[in-house]
Design a protein around this ligand. Structure first.
Ligand code: ADP
Ligand code: MG
Length: 173
C-alpha cells in the first residue's frame, strides 16, 4: 500500500516545491494542509489567525491533517504542524514522515527573495532571519522527533526528491 508521505519543516524548506515534484515522480496526488485549510474555511491563514488566534488556527490545522490523509498522497504540512504531539503521532503512525532540513539563514534568504510567498504573518514581528533562527531552534527537535527520515533540503529540489525516493525505496510503478 502506498502510504501517504508527509513533508515537514520550517517555512521555506521546500515542502511545496519538493512535494509537487515528488508527487509527479511517484504518480501520487499532492496536497498542502495550509492550502486545504484555506479552501475549506474560505479564509487566508492570516485571516484565521486574526479572527480566531493561533489556537483557532492550530485546531483547524489538526483537523486538516486528518482530512487530507489518504494513500498515494504527498502531503506538505504547515511549518507548525509538529507543535502538537497528537499531530506528530498521527503522521508517524499513518505514513512516512520526511523532515526537510536547512539552516535558518537559508530559509530566511529564500523567503526574503519571494516575500509574496510568505503569506503567513510573522510570529514575532521581528526581522525574518532573526525570527527564523529562533523558530527553528525551538522546533528542530520536534521535526526530528516526528520524522522517519531527515533529508538535506539545501540540495536542488530534484536531488531532494531523489533522496526521498531512495530513503523510502519507492519508484514509480
Ligand atoms: P515551503 O512550502 O516549505 O514553505 P516552498 O516550496 O514554498 O517552501 O519554497 C520556498 C522558496 O524556496 C520558493 O521560492 C522555492 O522556489 C525555494 N526553494 C524551495 N526548495 C528549494 C531548493 N531545494 N533549492 C532552492 N530553492 C528552493
Ligand atoms: Mg508551502
Amino acid at each position: 500500500m502506498s502510504l501517504p508521505i508527509y513533508l515537514i519543516g520550517a517555512r521555506g524548506c521546500g515542502k511545496t516545491t519538493v512535494g509537487q515534484a515528488l508527487a509527479a515522480a511517484l504518480g501520487y496526488d499532492f496536497c498542502d494542509t495550509d492550502y486545504y485549510l484555506q479552501q475549506v474555511s474560505g479564509k487566508t491563514v492570516a485571516e484565521i489567525v486574526a479572527e480566531e488566534g493561533w489556537p483557532g488556527f492550530r485546531s483547524r490545522e489538526s483537523a486538516s491533517l486528518i482530512a487530507v490523509t489518504a494513500p498515494g498522497k504527498v502531503i506538505a504540512t504547515g511549518g507548525g504542524m509538529i507543535l502538537a504531539a497528537e499531530n506528530r503521532q498521527f503522521m508517524h503512525d499513518n505514513g512516512h514522515v520526511i523532515y526537510l532540513n536547512a539552516p535558518a539563514e537559508i530559509l530566511a534568504s529564500r523567503l526574503e527573495a519571494y516575500p509574496e510567498n510568505a503569506q503567513r504573518p510573522t510570529l514575532t514581528g521581528r526581522p525574518i532571519a532573526e525570527e527564523m533562527a529562533e523558530v527553528l531552534a525551538a522546533r528542530d527537535q520536534l521535526y526530528r522527533q516526528a520524522a522517519h527520515h531527515i533529508v538535506d533540503a539545501m540540495q536542488s529540489p530534484e536531488a531532494v526528491v531523489q533522496q526521498i525516493v531512495n530513503a523510502l525505496s519507492l519508484a514509480r510503478a
